[in-house]
Ligand binder design. Sequence first.
Ligand code: UGA
Length: 449
Amino acid sequence: MRLSVIGCGYVGLVTGACLAEAGHEVVCTDIDGERIAKLNAGGVPIYEHHLDQILASAHKAGKISYTADAGQAIRSGDAIFICVGTPPKDSGEADLSAIDNVARQIAAEAKSPKLVVEKSTVPARTGLELSRALAAYSKKSDVKFRVASNPEFLREGTAVADFFHPDRIVVGVEDPSSAAELREIYRPILERSFRCPVHNGTCPPGRKAEFLVTTINSAELIKHASNSFLALKISYANVIADLCEKIGANVEEVTHAMGLDARIGGQFLKAGLGYGGFCFPKDVQAFIHLSASVGVDFDILKATERVNKQRIDRFFEKIRQALWVVKGKRVAVLGLAFKANTDDIRFAPALEVVKRLLEEGAVVHATDPEGMPRTKALFPQVHYHEDAYQALQDADAALVCTEWDVFRKLDWDRAGKLMARKLVIDGRNLYMPQGMREKGFEYYSFGRD
Ligand code: UGA
């Protein structure tokens, strides 16, 4: 099928690349001309595992193209995926102005009927507004639009694998023909009839994705409800970790046992510095805002948010307790990205840690496999190192902020010889407390002795 993707950020680029790899003809557009130029030159503007490989193969097969001309992209597709940003306003409410702009463009440029699919994360009822906007902006033409919601459940870092092996594909529609069209778009994935780039074409047998057809409002709510529930799980685990510290229990023993109950599940129960990124913080806020706007007080989500913000305070309590005076101390920050396997630093807990360290007068040396270029622009006063051991040289403390595998595998015997003081404060519970102490380290983590 011929598809258009508007917005070449994380969601748009992964969606476009994967749909092209699955066999469709995809035209991508973005208001950022530089981004389009880079893509046309064979570059990849974001770091995402497997993305470079599938963009290259889709490009070679002539399945994907990029244009800065939104009109051309809009006219070329039978279905148009809207993948633009919905950042939070100061109030926490999602800013939908980019969606509105795209609606105006689609209405102005389309010459034939289109299925307009919202993939951007939006509050419930946005689809209805989008329908109204398309009708209002296209009053002078007789082009008909159908609107659908198709929320994405892609995690940064594993987005390509998530796209090809989803648990569920949710489509919120107004009419059966839209559901049928979306089913056809996702058929290669539902039937696994594509050459999977993640597993070199031989996917392990696994559960097939469920294709769920719902109303547009439900589809929109499913996305917010899912992300908020995962955020709630993390905050729950973090409170358990605080409790474990007071009581003398081990959070990993507790959450592991909890997770074995199939009704609870073991994922997203990892305690530490809390959640960050461009999804959970803004989606929780937007969901609280949406609920309040219809008179529903989503108190548990407010608590989720509060607990998450307090993680940085808890980390600083540990830092102060261990270091006593922070001013003038040389600290190595291991990890800047909001999680491992991404270069994304948006709302990363590590950045809040760096900000506070600088405010308190620490000398900050930082390292991250992918997150440094973006962080440099925000904190030019930090000393950046490609190599973790260089960051640890002469450090009074190592602060672990992101769960990268390279940090998990660090040779702490070697690092200990380089550091001024053998002190590790681990915000991601990467190491065994006993093992670190046997190596002669003062070691602090979350919810474990
Ligand atoms: C999240 C969801 O997992 C996706 O399903 C969703 O599609 C996406 O948001 C989105 O809305 O676009 P993502 O933001 O990439 O994906 O990150 P996650 O892997 O969910 O992690 C979020 C944060 O929670 C990270 O900072 C991570 O370090 C933290 N986390 C995760 C914990 O602190 N503990 C855990 O047990 C798990």
